[in-house]
Design a protein around this ligand. Sequence first.
Ligand code: NIG
Ligand code: FE
Length: 411
Amino acid sequence: MTILITHIKELLQVRDQNIEKVSGSDMNLLPTIKNAYLLLENELISDYGKMEFLPMLEADIVINARGKIVLPAWCDSHTHIVYSGNREGEFVDRINGLSYEEIAKKGGGILNSAKKLQETLKEDLYEQAALRIEEVMSLGTGAVEIKSGYGLTVDAEVKILQVIKKLASNFPIEIKATFLGAHAFPTKFKNNQEKYIDLICDSMIPKIAENNLAEFIDVFCETGYFNTRQTERILKTGKQFGLIPKIHVNQFTSIGGIQIGVKYKALSVDHLEIMKSEDIDALINSETMPVALPSCSYFLSIPYTPARKIIDQGLALALATDYNPGSTPSGNMNFVVATACIKMKMTPEEAINAATINGAYAMNLSKSHGSITKKKKANIIITKKIPSYSYIPYAFGSNLIDQVIINGKII
Ligand code: NIG
Ligand code: FE
């Protein structure tokens, strides 16, 4: 099947030569073609160019995009989409003055979600997550990473990863799985943390690797959760089983997690709300992608990742949602891009690069996703008629998406 899109007001993120990621001042460059066409053949991008050079060709579907902007679908490299139920009660507790940490201390937070998930049948869990996948696809996301981490037992962690696998085979969106058994200590291990680390390293990791249930391994490296020594042990074991690190660090405190991530060649280090200058320095000359999650900062009223300091040091930055029931009950990448511009002072060009090609890099997908490049996946967003691409973050509360195409299928 071929889809031809004509008269595109502006085609964004056009990379004739594929790039892996963009860093530093290059993030402010967004290559585009005005008055463009784009040809999609089956699952791939096959051609594009200026309208005046449109070759004579027959397509199964022709879309006239006059006045509209076309860009690669969003690449959301950090989510926890497979969870059971919601936590709006804790949301109200926070409105009434409790902090995220205080809620976690009294058995709420991650442990609350884990209890619900353990009691939920796999089929039900799948149905809940499938609705969220449908929602994020309609919001323009074409590739997503999903973490386990609300199971915290061997069986429940495996259950989540099996649900992720089923989602990946049933939906056109590209889905990558991350094992996050080290998300919180279950109550039973509260006074014997090492026993839980043993369970992760001796039972969970081998089982998950053996059954090919995840590509990445994550740890919530944070005061009150997993310390740097425990993080190191888990990453080391994960790597021995072929799992690539992608870790939660510096959300509330700076305790050396970034340095551990770089040491173990993490593909990404995510959150980064609290950054000392040595944390930024540690990332220079590494291949590790820093990832900011601005809708988490928005929802919890915590600091935003210092994007300017990171980018102005010459580093790359990716943007993701963190979609989860506790800190970010939203999978809307359009809101993430807008919030990055409004609150983190990223330019629209930087934010679009961060949410497409750099997001793809943070999931090991930049060969196939994240830009308009021949032979990459036919994953695109067609906006409504808008005046310019800066209007996307500017009109932050409006739904500006007209159509989404994922893997060559109109959603
Ligand atoms: O990325 N910080 C750790 N994990 C999630 C939130 C987990 C929860 O509150 O359920 C996050 O923000
Ligand atoms: Fe997260």
